[in-house]
Design a protein around this ligand. Sequence first.
Ligand code: NAG
Ligand code: NAG
Ligand code: NAG
Ligand code: NAG
Ligand code: NAG
Ligand code: CU
Length: 245
Amino acid sequence: MRLSSILSLSTLGASVLAQNTTTGKLGDAVVVKNNPVGKEAVAVLPKTSFFAPVTENVKGSVKATTGANGVGVDFEVAFSNLPKEGGPFIYHIHVDPVDDSGNCTNTLAHLDPFIRGEDPACDSTNPATCQVGDLSGKYGKITSDPFTAKFHDDFTAMSEGPGSYFLNRSIVVHFANKTRITCANFFTVSACPSNNATTTTIGTASQSTVIPTSTNNLTPVTGGVGALSIKSLAFLPLVAMLFAF
Ligand SMILES: *[C@@H]1O[C@H](CO)[C@@H](O)[C@H](O)[C@H]1NC(C)=O
Ligand SMILES: *[C@@H]1O[C@H](CO)[C@@H](O)[C@H](O)[C@H]1NC(C)=O
Ligand SMILES: *[C@@H]1O[C@H](CO)[C@@H](O)[C@H](O)[C@H]1NC(C)=O
Ligand SMILES: *[C@@H]1O[C@H](CO)[C@@H](O)[C@H](O)[C@H]1NC(C)=O
Ligand SMILES: *[C@@H]1O[C@H](CO)[C@@H](O)[C@H](O)[C@H]1NC(C)=O
Ligand SMILES: [Cu+2]
């Protein structure tokens, strides 16, 4: 038995029984069961590519909604305008958010709270043994243009506290060779309690955007409290694109 296994056994007890070499130092990823019901967040790729030779950036978004009964997260991803070469493209949740300079290198590595590491590659038939942030490893690479996918992930957290919380982090899209093409931060889309506020401001000071919160029905924004600005109207087509998968 390897020393690391012995150490794990003594510190983690019975939970270690399912471990093998593809599992993190802290064990398999744990199913998150207490995500706030109705919570939504989205990361929208920026206009400008981080990888300078890509002149017209990849377009797209990753939308996250709390899974049924608060278990895990339902993801909806959409990407288009991908580079003609260098695929299949991969994407992950990275540990740190994108800074104001848009530098994707500074998002650091994949979200990996169980300390698994990138190698060996994720076994998609056993997602608990993969890095939590390795979305394309677990649910498929970007193999078409446009590309859309919907999937459920049990291991991502939508409320602060656990390391698997990702709404303060980022999404990064890479070439197959791992070179980073573009990246974006997640922003919470507040659920609309009653027909109260109709807009939510998302983004940092440098790139804030106002979007309607009643995302399933874009018409009732007229019932707002005067918060609907020209800016939010201009953003409607993008919102429609985001949520009309
Ligand atoms: C690792 O464990 C999983 C089940 O927990 C199993 O499906 C997989 O084959 C194991 N891999 C190795 C290399 O033993
Ligand atoms: C990765 O692939 C892209 C697209 O083929 C290429 O432009 C880039 O130079 C490659 N990066 C490395 C480090 O090989
Ligand atoms: C991004 O940040 C890294 C590390 O901080 C630095 O080496 C690199 O030059 C930066 N890239 C750009 C395009 O600014
Ligand atoms: C994100 O939130 C998690 C959980 O609350 C925390 O452990 C982590 O340090 C935060 N990371 C960043 C980059 O803010
Ligand atoms: C709007 O929401 C705030 C707090 O979320 C609440 O205090 C207020 O009563 C609500 N207004 C209406 C008209 O529902
Ligand atoms: Cu990545």
